[in-house]
Design a protein. Structure first.
Lengths: 182, 182
DNA sequence: CCGCCTGAGTTCATTCATTGAACCTGTCGT
DNA sequence: ACGACAGGTTCAATGAATGAACTCAGGCGG
């Protein structure tokens, strides 16, 4: 991002965080990684992001240690992008952003719930489970669509997200008859 | 920001949040507002942001209901920008961003601590006080400089932030002999 | 009353980033 | 041999950010 070489900024950890995840599209890529999206094409289809920008964001997230490339087939060689431990640690940030928008912006409905997979209760603002009281790790969060979610039926990734789904587990996507027109 | 008219994005609360606070500089303006900065000139001096960009960000934050203009003198008429309740609700997001950078990025030291003003203990990742156990509201957080913080002595806002300071309370800034050269 | 100062912007040319479309590359199935 | 496919790169056009200069209204000192 390059906020300049100013002292105040380089020293502030919030500014440093924003240099890594503050660019346009970056946090949406990370969100999708939590949702179980792992492949270039699936990010492309789900986000509607220009190919060059996606390639650039995946590369900088990898360099920052947020995502990691993992080979999922040898030939042709294909990699998928998986959240590292540092990437998974962004979960509270993403959750609090989402909770903020649902609670404080006009006209934002909440088309998905984040539930504690063990007990089914909806997470609080800090990611804690109101029933158990504990902070729920991202892998134990169940992403569940709610009434009002209106996905693009042409979009196989949106369709796959209609099924309740644990964060971080790979999404099963039906790629038959999909053209990426971009 | 305008991420396009895609359904998946418009419906996702994280994407909606990013449309409001996801642009370059925006979250740093909000951070400074938590630090007690309220005036155009002080944001300018502290952030080193271009004037036009600052004016545009302050305006969109006001429109989004994150900041509110308050008149602090009648003549000449001067306003300051103060966080609304919705703006204050961004505190968990900012804190988790900062904690993430300190904990998971290379070479990020933590030049400031966030302490619970009542007991002096340092906040955890979710803004909770490890001693009291409760989540500390932003107004009860004491921002404290730590060893290694190396402010620009020419910058009166950086200087003012050397004193431990409660979030959200206006910063007292010595404006004598400051030139804004930009 | 005059000229200068201050805070809070606006204007504008230059530079930089994003966009969308087209193209490229290695491999596979047929 | 041929097309499809995943995962990119290239490139022209557009839009946003930058930094410097300018504006404007209201004090203030002399």
């Amino acid at each position: 991002m390059g906020l300049g070489k100013d002292y105040a900024q380089q020293q502030c950890s919030i500014a440093r965080a924003l240099e890594v995840v503050g660019e346009r599209w970056t946090l949406l890529v990370v969100r999708d990684a939590f949702y179980g999206i792992r492949r270039y094409k699936d990010f492309l289809v789900h986000l509607g992001i220009p190919r060059a920008v996606l390639a650039s964001r995946l590369q900088s997230l990898e360099q920052a240690g947020v995502l990691e490339k993992q080979r999922y087939q040898q030939s042709p060689p294909r990699d998928e992008y998986v959240l590292t431990e540092a990437g998974i640690a962004l979960w509270p940030t993403l959750l609090s952003l989402g909770k903020w928008a649902s609670g404080h912006l006009e006209g934002v409905d909440t088309p998905r719930s984040f539930l504690h997979v063990a007990c089914g209760s909806e997470l609080g603002a800090y990611g804690q489970c109101p029933a158990c009281g504990d902070v729920v790790p991202a892998g134990d969060v169940l992403l569940t669509p709610r009434a009002g979610l209106d996905p693009d039926p042409e979009n196989p990734v949106s369709r796959a997200l209609l099924t309740p789904h644990r964060l971080l587990t790979p999404l099963e996507i039906d790629h038959t008859s999909v053209r990426v027109q971009q």
